[in-house]
Design a protein around this ligand. Structure first.
Ligand code: C2E
Ligand code: CA
Ligand code: CA
Length: 392
């Protein structure tokens, strides 16, 4: 579905699409035509593969930031759909880091094999900067895996903290609410962002403990935060992970915490992504109805980064649509992004939802979104996530 949004590139027979050694910033899907993949060997050129309609190429350099491993040329008139790195990065960021790690290991093996044979054939050495970059990538992945061990003790030692990021009305810039975003103050590694450890928690029961801790802390902090809002219906947002949403006790647990902290449930918005509705549609609907019955609002997070259209999600009681940063950020440069955002805003409004644009970094982007009648904005332009002690 996403592919429809990108411009096509047309190549004539014999034209080069990219050359061995080029820096790669996009992969290509062959919509029509055919290409040949060529490597240099013993001073000559060797075709190693031909690819046709529906096949994907150029993805290796896109994922591991290395140079192109081969030359690719059109065999006839060929229409390609480029898949830009920015989109791939957005999707990879949200994927399971174990899979990301495996992907990098597999790519490294693939490159080692190809480069060693190419280097042997030409009597060359693999450039040292390339193997250094690989070591960094592997080191990062291994370090992330080892983090898992310290996480359980971290909760008892109070190493987690919630940061809060303002969500502002686009019409006047006033703060309407805040989103709670978790951080881990690791005794050795310093401040660790949520994407580096939550995936581990997701794969164990620990996500439930950490999720309830987050909700309880955000409810407690809301009394302080609310003073910084300037809006008729102020709110605070808490993220729910897929694993939490599938837990049978979730509605009861949320009800208990809200009651104990004496929070008005209408001021709490729970953010969830469409993954949960795609993977467990019926269970998700039951849980979401239970949360709404408590009085809480629901926000659909990261909209656009997933695969389902908004109309598929109509049956769920969602009051807020949050449009993902990968579409919001480029609206001034990309007509496609602009149109995706514009149509999402108007579709959401017609379904009775309000809209938050994520990742607003400049005044120009803010003004454009206001033009499109988007309701709220969140991003560095309005304020970065910060600890509670900071005065907004
Ligand atoms: P998210 O829910 O999409 O949160 C927004 C992320 O975008 C935050 O990253 C925020 O720091 C970042 N961001 C906000 N404005 C801008 C901007 O203008 N430019 C850029 N480049 N980035 C911006 P963060 O805090 O690293 O959180 C990452 C993700 O981790 C969150 O994405 C959310 O999915 C998850 N997360 C964070 N806290 C929790 C939590 O307590 N529970 C659960 N289940 N997930 C959480
Ligand atoms: Ca969120
Ligand atoms: Ca988001």
């Amino acid at each position: 579905m996403l592919f429809d949004e990108f411009d096509r590139e047309v190549f004539s027979a014999g034209q080069e699409i990219f050359t061995y050694g080029d820096l790669g910033d996009c992969a290509y899907l062959i919509e029509d035509g055919a290409v040949e993949v060529i490597i240099a060997k013993l001073g000559g050129e060797h075709r190693i593969k031909m690819m046709g309609k529906g096949e994907l190429f150029g993805e290796v350099a896109l994922i591991d930031y290395q140079t192109r491993t081969a030359t690719v040329r059109a065999l006839q008139r060929t229409v390609l759909v480029p898949i830009p790195r920015k989109l791939m990065e957005g999707l990879l960021e949200k994927s399971d880091p174990v899979l990301r790690h495996l992907l990098l290991v597999i790519l490294e093996r693939f490159r080692n094999r190809n480069e060693e044979s190419a280097a042997q054939a030409q009597n060359l050495m693999v450039p040292p900067e390339q193997s250094a970059r690989r070591k960094v990538l592997q080191g990062e992945a291994t370090q992330k895996l080892s983090l898992a061990h310290g996480m359980k003790r971290a909760l008892a030692r109070e190493e987690f903290e919630l940061y809060y990021q303002p969500i502002c009305q686009l019409s006047d810039g006033h703060i309407a609410g805040f989103e709670a975003l978790i951080r881990w103050h690791h005794p050795k590694d310093g401040l660790i962002p949520p994407n580096d450890f939550l995936w581990v928690a997701e794969q164990t029961d620990f996500i439930h403990e950490i999720g309830l801790w987050t909700l309880e802390r955000a409810c407690r902090d809301w009394k302080t935060l609310k003073k910084f809002t300037h809006y008729a219906k102020p709110f605070f947002s808490v993220n729910l992970s897929v694993a939490q949403l599938n837990q049978v006790n979730l509605v009861d647990d949320v009800g208990t915490i809200i009651a104990a902290q004496q929070v008005n449930p209408e001021e709490l918005k729970l953010e969830l992504t469409e993954t949960v509705m795609v993977v467990h549609p019926d269970q998700a609907l039951t849980t979401m109805r239970g949360l709404v019955a408590l009085g809480c609002g629901l926000a659909l997070d990261d909209y656009g980064a997933g695969h389902s259209g908004l109309t598929n999600l109509q049956r769920y009681p969602i009051g807020t649509l949050k449009i993902d940063r990968i579409f919001v950020d480029p609206i001034l440069d990309s007509l496609q992004s602009l149109e995706i955002v514009r149509s999402s805003v108007s579709l959401a409004h017609s379904l009775g939802m309000n809209v938050v644009a994520e990742g607003i970094e400049t005044d120009g982007v803010r003004a454009k979104l206001l033009d499109m009648k988007c309701d709220f904005g969140q991003g560095w332009f309005f304020g970065r996530p910060a600890p509670l002690q900071r005065t907004w």
